[in-house]
Write a protein that binds this ligand. Structure first.
Ligand SMILES: [Fe+2]
Length: 138
């Protein structure tokens, strides 16, 4: 398994959102690298702290954008964010408790990295399309 690569299939076209998504993938890749080369627990804790903090920041900013545009799917989209924040928190505790086991690394890929890819391609694309329709004068 390797790092997540940013490419045009992940681009929503919203500059702030896209930039923050790239930062998130960078944070996930850094975490995976730390797990796979089994760096010290201090490094692991530092990377997990950053991922948690940045996830919260990104979702907060994205939700503010949704509210600004009266996005009708906001409650639903926010629920996805809440669930993901809990997933990251839960995995953080387990990674610190038992160290980066094979099983947990697999979970980082599926529940964090892959989740984010599909959330972007489905939910954030839907959001970006809505914003675009609001910004285009008819
Ligand atoms: Fe989102």
């Amino acid at each position: 398994m390797g790092a997540y690569r940013w490419d045009s299939t992940l681009e929503t076209g919203h500059e702030v959102i896209d930039t923050q998504h790239q930062q998130l993938f960078a944070a996930i890749n850094k975490l995976l690298e730390t797990c796979e080369v089994k760096k010290g627990s201090e490094e692991l804790t530092k990377n997990l702290d950053f991922l948690n903090t940045y996830t919260i920041k990104h979702f907060f900013d994205e939700e503010k954008i949704q509210q600004k545009y009266n996005y009708p799917d906001y409650p639903n989209h926010k629920q996805y964010h809440e669930t993901f924040k809990n997933t990251v928190k839960d995995l953080t505790h387990r990674l610190i408790w038992s160290g980066p086991t094979e099983e947990l690394i697999k979970e980082v890929y599926s529940s964090i990295g892959d989740w984010l890819v599909s959330h972007i391609k489905i939910q954030d694309f839907k959001l970006a399309k809505y914003i675009k329709s609001k910004n285009t004068p008819s």
